[in-house]
Design a protein around this ligand. Sequence first.
Ligand SMILES: [Zn+2]
Length: 175
Amino acid sequence: MPTAATEAPAAPRPSRGRSRRVAKWVGLVVCVVVGAANLVSLRWVPEWWFAAGPKPTDPVRIVAVQGGALVYVRLQRSDVRRPPDRPALRWNRFDGELFTWPSVVRPTGGLSVTVPLWMPFVLLAVLTSVLWYVDRTTARRRRAGQCLKCGYDRAGLAAGARCPECGAAGLVGRA
Ligand SMILES: [Zn+2]
């Protein structure tokens, strides 16, 4: 038999709704940024060069956005024409083939990893869409006085009463 303590409705978690609202906007912004980076990469190649050490075998690391992909390259200093002594951003014109699929290439003493931007974009777009959909559903149920979890009509129920349909905690303290 449940005691009074377990029967008391658990406090609702408004923080979950708030973090979902934050997440759906962050997701949207990141989607826009990735989409914009993709457009830029069809014409330009921004390259972030990290400082190289002095030895010929020291690695030179480059992160670039080009041809619709994020590219990470690691080469030996001796294989680079102008190895940077300090971090630098270099812009080049894009003139090559687009990257459709991810790849990992290991030239002698180096590494090249390519991730097409459509992959994180699709993943983020799906997750963000789900967040927007859930948030809209929750807001609609709250306005209609329904259980936020299952949509049961809570008309006539005390604000703190559990949902008789799914057992979700009542809407304590809602506006
Ligand atoms: Zn319910």
